[in-house]
Structure formats: C-alpha cells, structure tokens
Design a binder for this molecule. Sequence first.
Ligand SMILES: *[C@@H]1O[C@H](CO)[C@@H](O)[C@H](O)[C@H]1NC(C)=O
Ligand SMILES: *[C@@H]1O[C@H](CO)[C@@H](O)[C@H](O)[C@H]1NC(C)=O
Ligand SMILES: *[C@@H]1O[C@H](CO)[C@@H](O)[C@H](O)[C@H]1NC(C)=O
Ligand SMILES: *[C@@H]1O[C@H](CO)[C@@H](O)[C@H](O)[C@H]1NC(C)=O
Ligand SMILES: *[C@@H]1O[C@H](CO)[C@@H](O)[C@H](O)[C@H]1NC(C)=O
Ligand SMILES: *[C@@H]1O[C@H](CO)[C@@H](O)[C@H](O)[C@H]1NC(C)=O
Ligand SMILES: *[C@@H]1O[C@H](CO)[C@@H](O)[C@H](O)[C@H]1NC(C)=O
Ligand SMILES: *[C@@H]1O[C@H](CO)[C@@H](O)[C@H](O)[C@H]1NC(C)=O
Ligand SMILES: *[C@@H]1O[C@H](CO)[C@@H](O)[C@H](O)[C@H]1NC(C)=O
Ligand SMILES: [Cu+2]
Length: 571
Amino acid sequence: MGCRSGSAPMVKVLVFFVLYVSLIHIAVGKVHHHKFVVESSSYTRLCSTKNILTVNGEFPGPTLKANRGDKIIVKVYNKASYNITIHWHGVRQLRNPWSDGPEYITQCPIQPGKMYKYRVHLTTEEGTIWWHAHSGWARATVHGAFIIYPNRGSSYPFHEPDAEIPIILGEWWKKDAMEIPGNANKTGGEPILSDAYTINGQPGYLYPCSKNDTFKMKVDYGKRYLLRTVSAIMDEEMFFGIAKHKLTVVGKDGCYLKPIKTDYVMITPGQSMDILLEANQPPSHYFMAARSYSSAVGAGFDNTTTTGTVIYSGSYHHPPQPFAPYLPPYNRTEASTDFTKKFRSLVSKHLPVRVATEVDTHLMFTISVNLLNCSADKPCTGPFGKRFAASVNNISYVQPTIDFLQAYYYKIPGIYEMDFPRNPPNKFNYTSENLPEYLLTPSFGTKVLVLEYNASVELILQGTNVLASDNHPIHLHGYSFYVVGWGFGNFNPKKDPLKYNLIDPPEETTVGVPKNGWVAVRFRADNPGMWLLHCHIERHQTWGMTMVFLVKDGPSPENRIFQPPHDLPKC
Ligand SMILES: *[C@@H]1O[C@H](CO)[C@@H](O)[C@H](O)[C@H]1NC(C)=O
Ligand SMILES: *[C@@H]1O[C@H](CO)[C@@H](O)[C@H](O)[C@H]1NC(C)=O
Ligand SMILES: *[C@@H]1O[C@H](CO)[C@@H](O)[C@H](O)[C@H]1NC(C)=O
Ligand SMILES: *[C@@H]1O[C@H](CO)[C@@H](O)[C@H](O)[C@H]1NC(C)=O
Ligand SMILES: *[C@@H]1O[C@H](CO)[C@@H](O)[C@H](O)[C@H]1NC(C)=O
Ligand SMILES: *[C@@H]1O[C@H](CO)[C@@H](O)[C@H](O)[C@H]1NC(C)=O
Ligand SMILES: *[C@@H]1O[C@H](CO)[C@@H](O)[C@H](O)[C@H]1NC(C)=O
Ligand SMILES: *[C@@H]1O[C@H](CO)[C@@H](O)[C@H](O)[C@H]1NC(C)=O
Ligand SMILES: *[C@@H]1O[C@H](CO)[C@@H](O)[C@H](O)[C@H]1NC(C)=O
Ligand SMILES: [Cu+2]
C-alpha cells in the first residue's frame, strides 16, 4: 500500500511491542516519551482575554517528532474541568484501537483529574500528520503537528529542505468553544461562526489588536523550506497561499505525492500537507494567507482572512503592507477541484502502490445534511423552524454510553447494533436540484458495519443535495485509503469504474467529497478493531455525519487486536 508499503513494519511493531513490554530497548525503532497536561490557560486574541483548553499551556500544542516506525508513549493528564481524549490523526494504530482516541468509539473519556497513557505505534506513516482532542469541541484549541521523518539513514524523496516549519491553520472564537455545540443544540440552528482564523495561533494583520503578534516566518533568499501544514480548522475548508511564491505540494496525510506546483492549495479540516517553499523572490515582506472555501448555498461562514508574514533576511525597502496572495473566491468549487484533481501517489521501488484490483466488498454511503421537525414541547429556531441533523446512509449517529470497542471486547450487550446499511436505504437522484421534503428527515442509530478481516473494500462516498450540497471532508480512522476516482453528480457503477486510477491513486486519510459529487476509495480491511468514519467539519460530525466500522480479527494471533491496557478509562 503506497507509502505504507511492506509487511516488515507490522512484524517490527509486534516484535517491538513485546520488547517494550519487557522493557528492553534495542535498535528496532526508538521509543519517545511525552507528557501532555491538558489544562485551562489564559490567552488574549482580538482585544479580549479568555480561558482555553491547552496542552502544556501551549496553543497550538507541542509538535511531536519521530522517525518512521517509532513508538510514542504519551501520558495525558487531564487537569481541566472537561472530559478529554486525544486522537493521533493519520496513525493507523495497527491492532491497537485502544489508543486511537475518539470518545465513546474506542475509549471512555479521560475524566477530570485522571490520566491515560496512549501508545502510538507508528508503522509506515511518513510526513506530516497531527494530533487533536476527540471529545466535544475541545479540538478547537487542543491540537498540534506530528512530524514523521523517514527511517534513520533514509532521505526524503525530494531535495532536502534547508529548514522546516509547522504551519497550523486554526479557528478562534471570542466565546468559549466548549460551549458551542451545547448552545447550538438548544436552538437547533448553526453553531456560532468563529471570529477569526489563525496561523500558528495568531489571527494576523487584518484583525483588530492582532498586528503586533502575527506569525512571522524568516527566510533567507535561495533557501528551501518545508511547510508542515495542518488544517486544525473546525468548520471550513480553506484556500491557502503565499504572495508571489509558488508552492510545491509533496505529501498529504502522511503519504508522499508526485510534486504539485501551485499558486494556492485547498485544505480541508483534518488534512495535512507537506509543502515546499523556495525563497526565490526579491527580498521583501509577503503575506501567507488563508480564507474559506465555502460552497454550501445559504450556509453562513466566517468570511475573514488570516495572514502570517514571510520576511526575507537582509536590508531592503519593503512596502508598508506586505504583498497579498491570490486566493480564489469563497464559492469557487472549480478552484478547489482544479487543485485536488492533481493528487497522485509518488510511486517508486521503495514506495509501490498496492491498490487492490479485485474488490470483494462493495459499499456505498450517502452523506447528507438533514432537518428535523420540532414540536411545541421542544421548539427550535433552525432553518424553517426546524433543527439540523446529518447522516451517513440516512442514519444519524447516536453516541452510546460505553464505547463501542469495550462493548465489543467485553461482549457488553445492548450498546450497538450490527446492521449499518451497506448501501443507501433509498435510491433517489442524490444530486437533484429538487428533492422531495420527505427525504430531509434521517433515522437515528448506534450501529456498526461489520467487515471481514482482510476484505478488499471499495467504498463510494456519495454527496447529496438533501437540504444543501457541500464539500465534506471524510476521515477514516485506522486506515489510509486509495482515492481511485471522483466526479460530480451521481456515481455511475457502470461507467465510472472504467475511469478509475489504479496506477498512482493518492493515498489519504481525509478526502474531500466534492459538492454534489462522489469519490471512490479502496482499502484492505487488515486492521482489526472499531474504526470511526466521519465528516471532519465539526458541526456536521456533531449533527451525526458519523459511522463506525467493526473489522473482525484475523485467523492468527498476529492479526487480532491487542489486549486492552490496564489503565483504560472507565465510563
Ligand atoms: C440536543 O437537544 C435535544 C433536545 O432538543 C436532546 O434530546 C439531545 O440530547 C441534545 N443533544 C446533546 C448532544 O446535547
Ligand atoms: C503594538 O506595538 C506598538 C509599537 O511597539 C505599540 O505602540 C502598541 O501599543 C502595540 N499594540 C498592542 C495592541 O499591543
Ligand atoms: C466577504 O467579505 C468581503 C470583504 O469584506 C465582502 O466583500 C463580501 O461580500 C463577503 N462575502 C460574503 C459572502 O459574506
Ligand atoms: C459566488 O458568489 C458570488 C457573489 O456572492 C455570486 O455572484 C456567484 O454566483 C457565486 N457563484 C457560485 C458558483 O455559486
Ligand atoms: C414535518 O413537518 C411537516 C409539516 O411542517 C410535515 O409535512 C412532515 O410530515 C413532518 N415530517 C415528519 C417526519 O414528521
Ligand atoms: C438528477 O438531477 C440532476 C440535477 O437536477 C439532473 O440534471 C439529472 O437529469 C437528474 N437525473 C435523473 C436520472 O433524473
Ligand atoms: C430516512 O429515514 C426516514 C425515517 O425512516 C425516512 O422518512 C426518510 O425518507 C429517509 N430518507 C432517505 C434519504 O432515505
Ligand atoms: C490478505 O489478502 C491478500 C490478497 O488476497 C493476501 O495476499 C494476504 O495473504 C491476505 N492476508 C492475510 C493475513 O490473510
Ligand atoms: C464525562 O464522561 C463520563 C464517563 O463517560 C460521563 O458520565 C460524563 O457525563 C461525561 N461528562 C460530560 C460533561 O460529558
Ligand atoms: Cu460535512
């Protein structure tokens, strides 16, 4: 499987796990130890001061660094007054769902005053990924970059950069982000819009009280920089660019890509990109900037622009305000797909693409934003006097009281059902301009879709125009997948597979399903456990655009999930 190729790492992790347990460290892969203290810290932005959840007092949180195949142990102490969990976004966690992190999926939350030790087993991930809270809206401020270098002794599949720098896009609310979902649920309407976007925690030049502390990146003319770019944004896809400079995208979601030279990128919540920047322009000051790509008609969005400044070393005259980059208009879907259609896996002897040519498990999921009727005793003020919901195959996710994984492992009955639909329960013209009103209301459920171990899966993610079409960044835990095809309109099972890319499809963990369109992804179900699939736009996830795969254990001990750790939090 592309950048995650080879069976050796699996063996390595197994061997290493055993060695780790017996506390013998030999040179199989390094073990890194970290301590994350989640606590409330005071931060001032946009002329006001508030308390936010942070890790070790930092916003954004600390950057983790490791080499391919290493192991990272993170003790997470919850010194905040909210439940918390941490997800290692882009790490497969082979056989180790216990450390994946999403609350009520693979663990009960770490409650205030408690600690949980995450064991992050890297195998074949390489490049930039990230970590974030996976509990309520804590992810708004509890997140950080996670850099995975090539194996010791190996090099990048591109010219060695002179320096690297994390670029973390974030979103800032003057109000307490932790209160947003509860307040939105009270009205049934949209969660409140953010007041700013941020680059490495700073809103930048164009916002009130923010000019002094913008993120500044100092560069030397002639040098090459690797921008370790992460979108920790909650609710919007973003266009990002740097004035007068070309960007070269060489990786995405912890997998390498054939280099893409571009003026701007479109990055969705949940995605990470490795971007090379050549400091090859006349020494001056240049803005890097990001603003929303928002395609849903009628949906409100934060229409502001965040900036940082690229500052060349040396002495020269620079304009009073740095040069501004070109970014496409907020609703230009072609600008989004013009960029994303260029993704191709880097293929080499060391990085073979292992996309399945035979599929034995065909799945199709519709992803929709829905509306629910309200009643006199539960009034609401969402659109048309209704309330928002969202669904996958018309099932709007309902969170259980004990996580799926413990319920499965300890055979606790009554927590979830096993009948998540493998195809849309109703066939209709998914992307029609006019859909009948009865399609608006979803069903509800706490269900899993069961996959046989090692099944060769093709999943069609079909966007719909139920309520309003939008680009949905769908993220799968526990796996990377090959994006073998995409298009606008309805997926055509006869014609579209003929156009699949089975030569160099990109390998991703978060794919933007285009507005009123579809994508086809393939993966081999070789990682047993409970694995979440969800839209990474936080409000959609909160409304229920979420489902869970149960991948069965394989036949031999090496392809079963590990035993739960002793310190696993209890509900
Ligand atoms: C949202 O509000 C509804 C009542 O309108 C309630 O049944 C539900 O439990 C609430 N959900 C959350 C997550 O608070
Ligand atoms: C920004 O810096 C200038 C110059 O140092 C200073 O006069 C001004 O008070 C600062 N503004 C804020 C909001 O800190
Ligand atoms: C976004 O902001 C720009 C500049 O302030 C304004 O011209 C434009 O009308 C706004 N667009 C939307 C959709 O709010
Ligand atoms: C984008 O927005 C502009 C102004 O808000 C509008 O005129 C245009 O029709 C929109 N384009 C699309 C594709 O929705
Ligand atoms: C929702 O309310 C509308 C009238 O406002 C009604 O026609 C429709 O049948 C209701 N849907 C459900 C699922 O109750
Ligand atoms: C589905 O809807 C689209 C958009 O309204 C329309 O162009 C297309 O003809 C419809 N397809 C069918 C099979 O009705
Ligand atoms: C979803 O399920 C509800 C309840 O059964 C039904 O009313 C609605 O028509 C279904 N919608 C779709 C798109 O299948
Ligand atoms: C999984 O399937 C592939 C392709 O059929 C096969 O080569 C491999 O041996 C299988 N792995 C296991 C553990 O069964
Ligand atoms: C925190 O987690 C515990 C255990 O699952 C749960 O009982 C409690 O309601 C949670 N608290 C909040 C505020 O969600
Ligand atoms: Cu979505």
